[in-house]
Design a protein around this ligand. Structure first.
Ligand code: FAD
Ligand code: NAG
Ligand code: NAG
Ligand code: NAG
Ligand code: NAG
Ligand code: NAG
Ligand code: NAG
Length: 535
């Protein structure tokens, strides 16, 4: 067996070790298995329309299995509502059962259960969630599990694109989501159930440029009033000593959790809140049909009866039958352009494949720490899973590596998550043993490996609001259709709130009230300049 650098170090006398460390570090930090500084090239490629541009496919049926599907006891079950009769008619049809669709259902349940609900309606408001595959089997059920806000990263980019006020909102929304989700889980006594770990996230600077950019974003964000009180900077030596990674770094507040379980908690809450208590009639119901892909949406003939609260406008078409709906929410993220062709291409939402491995560390948690990590302009991200037995070695979930496929366009326009990319897998396997010398075994096979499809936009920000066809803005065919999608790989700290915003737009439209954007919502996310959605 080849002696590793760490075993060599252990056999040296302490004094000699101290002198030899800096030399070894220079050698070790030079050989990352992924290209650095790839972000500019990625953006340039993103902006080029591919030769054979086509709307997204539907989700493929035979996706790889993610770590988040290893607990068989999650309720609702993966195939909930996939058999038996299909709901034929609903006030609100939600397409997609990820964090967006289910958060929308939760916020609709809350809004319709409050106050005097909907005036003149003598029955519960009825919603249905339609999911092409298993419950929450899209990006949310296959992601890296980070619920971590940007805190100050990318401040200059946000400020130069949208101005200071908007830049501040882009951080406020993330802070809002992290606080809301944490408070909600705490109130429901579900923090342990979702394995919530507020372990922080360490951003490693692999290049001088990344370090300078982060420092400059930090300074400007702080000056503009962003709360950076819990941000800590470490030199290369300090990072090596605390975390065993020889790079300068910055530690920000950050959490990780089990995303599928968070979504299951929200789904069950939506039902519970809608059902009300024993003394009140139910105000809201939500059905769920998995394995029910929506293949198209067609318009229903209108009676133009203005006293009807929920006129059925749309027929949502599935292989199991059609559903008449008044409102349709596209919570389809990467796949949005399948039903909404005008979201095809770089100005819309580009499906982009991400890959993840779950690999066992070679040291205990007290050495590895509970802190997650991110680096290389965000291309790689990882965190250790909490342990049942403290003496075990932690399982680390790490995603990224797609910048190694530069020549194949960074996995843009890939919708097949039934396969993994070998090149990306190789880079992911080599990453942690390189970054944390001696803490991972090089060459070791991961325990799991999977892919998932993200929805990227040119700005990096999602589309939130009524569906508007840019080539025909006055077309009535999208009346009552809304979208919240395109989180560009950073959805956990945003989707929950974007879904809240669209849910409240629908509620305002039903009640014929004017919708006012919440203070924390970046206006640049909105599909409409005019914030009123009342017709
Ligand atoms: C590998 C990977 C790693 C990621 N890591 C992180 C991370 O660590 N932190 C973070 O913040 N974000 C991360 N993201 C991004 C994050 O997961 C997403 O932004 C977020 O989950 C989007 O939620 P959503 O509900 O909008 O979309 P999804 O969870 O994708 O839900 C959309 C659902 O719609 C269904 N659907 C689509 N079309 C149809 C149709 N026509 N009919 C019926 N159903 C349909 C899909 O099957 C899917 O279940 C990652 C994503 C991936 C793929
Ligand atoms: C900073 O940390 C303290 C103590 O953990 C916490 O109460 C506070 O909310 C944190 N602030 C931010 C902005 O994260
Ligand atoms: C309802 O109104 C639309 C346009 O506002 C019109 O095209 C349609 O013919 C009307 N339908 C009926 C039944 O009056
Ligand atoms: C219009 O809708 C209301 C409420 O659903 C109903 O009571 C009324 O009969 C309808 N009017 C016509 C002309 O269909
Ligand atoms: C569903 O709608 C489509 C498109 O309008 C139509 O072709 C089809 O016949 C409908 N199916 C059923 C079962 O009604
Ligand atoms: C998944 O199914 C598709 C067809 O739907 C097929 O082309 C592909 O090879 C399958 N993938 C795997 C890994 O079986
Ligand atoms: C992994 O850990 C074992 C003992 O726990 C040790 O013998 C081995 O050298 C370690 N491997 C690496 C690559 O550090």
């Amino acid at each position: 067996m080849q002696p590793t650098t760490s075993s060599l170090l252990q056999s040296l006398p302490v004094l000699l070790r101290i002198r030899i460390i800096p030399l070894l570090l220079i050698v070790m930090s030079a050989t990352l298995p992924v290209p650095l500084n790839a972000f500019g090239e990625y953006q340039a490629i993103f902006n080029i329309e591919p030769e054979h541009l086509a709307r997204s496919t539907l989700p493929v049926p035979n996706s790889t299995k993610s770590f988040w599907f290893t607990d068989p006891d999650v309720s609702p079950s993966p195939k909930h509502g996939s058999e038996g009769p299909l709901t034929e008619d609903a006030d609100i049809c939600i397409i997609g059962s990820g964090i967006t669709g289910v958060s929308a259902a939760y916020h609709l349940a809350k809004a319709f259960s409050e106050g005097d609900a909907v005036k003149g309606l003598d029955r519960p408001v009825k919603a249905v969630i339609l999911e092409a595959r298993e419950f929450c089997s899209g990006a949310t059920g296959r992601n890296g599990g980070h619920l971590t806000s940007h805190v100050f990263f990318e401040f200059h980019h946000q400020q130069s694109s949208y101005g200071t006020e908007e830049a501040l909102r882009s951080y406020r929304i993330e802070e809002y989501v992290v606080n809301e989700v944490k408070t909600l889980l705490d109130q429901e006594d579900k923090l342990d159930y979702v394995d919530f770990v507020p372990g922080g996230r360490l951003c490693l600077a692999f290049t001088e440029r990344e370090l300078l950019e982060a420092k400059s974003d930090f300074t400007s964000a702080k000056e503009a009033g962003v709360d950076v009180s819990n941000v800590t900077w470490f030199s290369k030596e300090e990072t090596q000593q605390k975390y065993g990674a020889p790079y300068p770094s910055v530690l920000t507040p950050g959490n990780n959790l089990w995303p599928l379980k968070l979504v299951s908690v929200l789904y069950n809450l939506a039902n519970k809140i809608g059902a009300g208590n024993q003394s009140s009639a139910p105000a809201f119901t939500v059905d769920l049909h998995t394995e029910t892909p929506v293949t198209s949406i067609s318009s229903l003939p209108q009676t133009n009866n203005s006293s009807e609260l929920f006129p059925r406008r749309h027929s949502v078409v599935t292989p199991r039958g059609n559903i008449s709906c008044s409102y349709v929410l596209h919570a389809t993220n990467a796949y949005a352009s399948h039903l909404l062709p005008h979201f095809t291409g770089p100005d819309g939402i580009v499906p982009t494949r991400g890959q993840i491995i779950a690999t066992r560390a070679n040291v205990t948690e007290d050495i590895l720490t509970k802190t997650g990590g991110v680096g290389n302009d965000g291309f790689e991200y990882w965190f250790p899973r909490p342990l049942k037995e403290p003496q075990e070695y932690p399982l680390v979930i790490i995603g990224g590596g797609r910048e190694i496929t530069k020549s194949e366009r960074f996995e843009l326009y890939q919708t097949d998550d039934s396969v993994v990319d070998e090149q990306v897998g190789k880079a992911l396997r080599a990453f942690l043993p390189t970054v944390y010398p001696g803490k991972f075994e090089a060459g070791k096979e991961p325990e799991m490996e999977w892919t998932g499809i993200m929805g990227f936009t040119k700005s990096g920000d999602p589309f939130v609001g009524p569906v508007i066809d840019p080539t025909n803005p006055d077309s009535p065919i999208y009346r009552g259709q809304y979208i919240s999608a395109g989180y560009s790989g950073h959805g956990m700290p945003r989707a929950y709130a974007c879904a809240e915003a669209v849910a409240k737009m629908i509620v305002a439209d039903v009640r014929k009230e004017k919708w006012e954007p919440p203070e924390w919502l970046p206006r640049s996310y909105l599909t409409i300049g005019n914030t009123s959605t009342s017709s």
